[in-house]
Design a protein around this ligand. Structure first.
Ligand code: SF4
Ligand code: SF4
Length: 364
């Protein structure tokens, strides 16, 4: 019996693997639905690099053509970014009719349910009320409460919580509010693309954040999409002896000539991926940058991909395989690529098993 088959004799691992296989391979793109936004956040990769300087005239013909060409290419999953996608509910509905998708939104403009009933969406939060409002260019305002109110108990919504290295002490309170609001959490790690340094600077490392995130997984195993392994790989930038960076990054627009050399290094990459600009025609290097220094990249979505593509590196023992599979499975659950009910239950059980906690019943 192969090692893989031995690992899969565990009923939870076997079922997770079966569900992932049944859901099939993800052939993804990322798409800027619009170049407009109602905020200007400190540390927004999109405006930091002037990625809104594409020709973004309202062009529904180009949008419709893009949908058709991506369908023909076999795309089955779209990460919708921008800009603020909630400004374009009509385009969201069009996309949702053709693809599985996940939408990144700042949570301030409610995304309607009609026509978008089961669409997963990550509601961005960047810290405590004070930190969140300051980093998002709205000091004194209470953006967090607005987002919580807009998505209270909404099963489509999870909170995509970006934490800066110096803000680990805020995590417990913010997570408590999100959980109380009836929403799950996926962590992201602040990249400081505006080079503010200090409490925001990634050079100091994410050790304190990593420990606090692990504690939250331990406390709320049924409410966390971040696995301990994803937390470790992303914050340490290390996967089975490899260092994170451009040379190993797997989410690159492979047919953009800027990545020609990367394609030839022999390191795995997703051969389908494209990061498509808001003109719906041109592409860029990767979702989160064109010229950005990859040393600043702690993006959860990209690290998910790095782990997922490297299954074979995780077959050495059961623990490594469980790390890999639970993280892969978390991606499928957060994006509703598997049945959300069974998916949440299985993920919570495996999170609790690894963290030592026990799934709790929520009443919110
Ligand atoms: S809400 Fe998002 S797109 Fe808008 S400025 Fe902030 S990070 Fe950028
Ligand atoms: S910024 Fe991140 S996602 Fe983009 S190429 Fe660099 S490592 Fe990859």
């Amino acid at each position: 019996m192969s090692r893989l088959n031995r690992y899969l004799e565990d009923p939870d691992l076997g079922r997770m693997y079966q569900l992932v296989r049944a859901a099939g391979a993800v052939r993804p793109i990322s798409l800027d639905l619009t170049s407009k936004c109602n905020l200007r956040c400190t540390g927004c990769y999109y405006y930091a690099e002037g990625m809104d300087q594409v020709d973004h005239r309202r062009d529904d013909d180009a949008f419709d053509l893009l949908i058709e060409s991506e369908k023909a290419r076999g795309t089955n999953f779209v990460t919708v970014v921008g800009g603020e996608p909630a400004l374009e509910p009509g385009r969201l509905r069009k996309l949702y009719r053709h693809f599985k998708m996940n939408v990144a939104t700042n949570g301030l403009i409610p995304i309607p349910r009609e026509g978008l009933e089961n669409m997963p969406m990550g509601i961005a939060v960047w810290g405590s009320r004070e930190t969140d409002a300051r980093l998002r260019g709205q000091p004194g305002k209470d953006l967090l409460s607005t987002a919580l109110e807009n998505y209270r108990g909404d099963p489509r919504a999870f909170f995509y919580y970006t934490v800066a290295p110096g803000h680990a002490h805020e995590i417990e309170d913010v997570v408590g509010q999100i959980v109380e609001n009836g929403n799950k959490v996926l962590f992201n790690y602040y990249s400081d693309v505006s080079e503010r340094g200090g409490e925001l600077g990634y050079e100091q490392g994410f050790g304190a954040v990593r420990r606090e995130v692990d504690r939250m997984i331990d406390r709320y195993p049924d409410m966390m999409y971040t696995t301990p392994y994803l937390n470790r790989v992303t914050t340490r930038g290390e996967l089975m002896g490899q260092r994170w960076g451009y040379d190993v990054c797997t989410n690159l627009t492979v047919d953009n000539e800027i990545n020609t050399h990367r394609r030839q290094t022999g390191k795995p990459y997703n051969p389908h991926f494209r990061a498509i600009n808001a003109d719906f025609k041109t592409t860029r290097r990767c979702c989160t940058g064109s010229t950005r220094d990859c040393a600043s990249c702690f993006d959860t979505w990209e690290h998910f991909s790095w782990i997922m593509i490297n299954m074979r590196k995780h077959l050495g023992n059961r623990r490594e395989f469980t790390d890999w599979l639970s993280t892969m499975f978390a991606f499928y659950v957060v994006n509703r690529l598997v049945d959300p009910g069974e998916g949440h239950e299985l993920l919570a059980r495996v999170q609790a098993r690894w963290s030592g906690g026990a799934p709790r019943q929520r009443t919110a």
